[in-house]
Design a protein around this ligand. Structure first.
Ligand code: GDP
Length: 593
């Protein structure tokens, strides 16, 4: 059976290309609002912070009734992906709208999401918006879209994308740029024609996978997802299939579908519909809800693990709280617990102190958005510096790795490669895009990304785009993750090998400056500490530009000199701190070979 009266689409747009205006206009023209009701608020981007940072963080659902067809429009995060959200959205929809400014063209920020959409086999409808702009250059923009699709390995059907020309601001959409202006009808018709209607068997047992979580203080935790199979009723007894393979029965206490911008209670919903439901306060992303008669969980969608932790501390200095309102540890705890209800890749742990909590998330941006939001709400808190979350696997200490994708104009490529190299990133791929920008991929320890985003913005003058996804744990080939006193650590690069001897001091950093000729992109960098001895065993050139940062007084700089490996080892062995570990021997052998 095909449900001809439903379409599920995700919308992908760069910030400011007109997503909010377009969705507002669709709502208005479809009559989803009663005539006396106005779209007062901006529809999808309700979070100020998202606007400010040029990213959309939370996915939201809007539904539009057009000629008896319900079009569910799911917003996608435009930039950062905290916990696989984009993938989950792509599994809820049957098509995507790619909205592009008729002057600016497709922006690299949307590439990540678009790639996921194409990989999920979804066919995009390209909406070229702002065709009324005097400087619009629609044909070039369409060429750019095509280039982008080719670059992202779109299949033939995807390359043959339908196009709608729009001026969302003026409520206009058309099939051909030269056509006379009309209302949004062509866009509605195109969605109905091009986006497949959901197909399934109504009589089959219920199957619904939870794609996102919401929270309502009256009904509790709410799971949102698309019904894959069968139907669901309010008060129905259902089975929740949990990640560990166990099942829990519960009764659906509330069932909602989306109408316009709101959730509306409903008695029943059928496959193909996006619903929200309450009744189990432990419900989580990736879990499947089934009928009691036919329990068949869908594969779980993985949620990326938290990799960075910060300690949040109640700020109870006598000077705190003059502007802020929430200052007790109880307030902080309650607020964090509330956040946990819908922020799926966040973890909160108590610490030895009642006034502080360890909060772990998917990177610095993820945590800094939470901190910023809390501060705006009036919470007075101090936070510690971020640190990576290490994990013991088979007795070895392992650290989290991230796969970073970067898009930059060519002129900034050098600085990015160099800086990420110093941060122990390993470049795994480099592609020049049709528009002259470059896509770079790196594998990098999560700690290498700490503090990098702001540097990246400065280095690329705001023209670069960076995304990262969790790439597993590693127990280091050329490095020892946690520095031990006196251990010998070798750093390798394509051109050089240097040894760092870690001394007892724990203050200050010693690093090789980025201008060093031989050591362009060298990775001795940040992990070296005060008292370190860096010995250059590369015979080719002397290291220059070695300097100390941090508390210089604690730094014992040893002259850097070119020498053979044997000399270097002797030199190191003279220092009483040296403790040669099996790992260092292995590394030495490797270098000698
Ligand atoms: P969003 O960030 O993608 O949600 O973009 P908005 O809908 O907030 O629009 C960003 C800006 O572009 C606003 O100032 C809109 O008025 C303007 N805008 C939206 N659609 C059009 C359009 O079709 N033509 C022109 N000229 N401006 C538009």
């Amino acid at each position: 059976m095909i449900r001809e009266n439903i379409r599920n689409v995700a919308i992908i747009a760069h910030v400011d290309h007109g997503k909010t205006t377009l969705v507002d206009e669709m709502l208005k023209q479809s009559g989803t609002f009663r005539s006396n009701e106005r779209v007062e608020e901006r529809v999808m981007d309700s979070n100020d912070l998202e606007k400010e940072r040029g990213i959309t963080i939370l996915s939201k659902n809007t539904s539009i009734m057009y000629n008896d067809v319900k079009i569910n429009v799911v917003d996608t995060p435009g930039h950062a992906d905290f916990g696989g959200e984009v993938e989950r959205i792509m599994q809820m929809v049957d098509g995507v709208l790619l909205l592009v400014d008729a002057y600016e063209g497709p922006m690299p920020q949307t590439k990540f999401v678009l790639r996921k959409a194409l990989e999920s086999g979804l066919k995009p409808i390209v909406v070229v918006n702002k065709i009324d702009r005097p400087e619009a250059r629609t044909p070039e923009v369409l060429d750019k879209v095509l280039d982008l699709f080719i670059e992202l390995d779109a299949d033939d059907a995807q390359l043959d994308f339908p196009v709608i020309y729009a001026s969302a601001k003026n409520g206009i959409a058309k099939y051909e740029i030269k056509e006379a202006d009309q209302d949004m009808t062509p866009l509605f018709d195109m969605i109905i024609k091009e986006v497949p209607a959901p197909e399934g068997i109504l009589e089959d047992g219920l199957q619904l996978r939870i794609s996102s979580i919401d929270y309502d203080k009256y009904v509790g935790r709410i799971g949102i997802g698309k019904i894959r199979r069968g139907s669901i009723k309010k008060n129905q007894e259902v089975v929740l299939c949990v990640a560990d393979g166990t099942f829990k029965k519960f009764r659906v206490s509330k069932l909602y579908t989306y109408e316009g911008l709101k959730k509306e209670e409903t008695e029943e919903a059928q496959f193909g519909e996006i619903v929200a439901l309450a009744g189990n306060d432990e419900i989580n992303i990736g879990e499947t809800i089934c009928s009691t008669e036919k329990v068949e969980p869908l594969p779980f969608i993985k949620i990326d693990e938290p990799t960075i932790a910060m300690t949040f501390i109640v700020n109870n200095s006598p000077y705190a709280g003059r502007e802020g309102k929430f200052v007790t540890s109880r307030h902080l705890k309650d607020r964090l617990e509330k956040e946990l209800l819908s922020n799926v890749s966040l973890r909160v742990e108590e610490t030895d102190s009642a006034d502080s909590f360890k909060v772990s998330g998917r990177g610095e941006l993820h945590l800094s958005i939470l901190i910023e939001n809390m501060r705006r709400e009036g919470y007075e808190l101090s936070v510690s510096r971020p640190e990576v979350i290490l994990k013991k696997i088979d007795g070895k200490t392992c650290e989290p790795m991230e796969q970073v994708t970067i898009d930059v104009p060519e002129e900034y490529m050098g600085v990015v490669i160099e800086t990420l190299g110093q941060r122990k990133g390993e470049m795994t791929n480099m592609v020049t895009n049709a528009n002259g920008s470059v896509k770079l991929e790196f594998n990098i320890p999560a700690r290498g990304l700490i503090g990098y985003r702001s540097q990246f913005m400065t280095d690329t003058r705001g023209n670069g785009i960076m995304n990262h996804i969790f790439a597993g744990y590693t127990s280091h080939k050329g490095e020892i993750p946690t520095r031990t006193k006196g251990s010998l650590v070798a750093f390798e690069t394509g051109t050089a090998v240097a040894y760092g001897l870690f001394g007892a001091q724990d203050r200050g950093n010693l690093f090789i400056g980025p201008n060093t000729e031989v050591y362009e992109g060298m990775i001795v960098g940040e992990n070296a500490r005060a008292g370190d001895i860096i010995v250059n065993v590369c015979k080719r050139k002397q290291l220059t530009n070695v300097r100390a940062s941090g508390s210089d007084d604690a730094v014992k700089l040893v002259p850097i000199m070119p020498m053979s490996l044997e000399q270097a080892l002797e030199f190191i062995a003279e220092d009483e701190l040296v403790e040669v570990t099996p790992e260092s021997i292995r590394l030495r052998k490797k270098i000698l070979d």
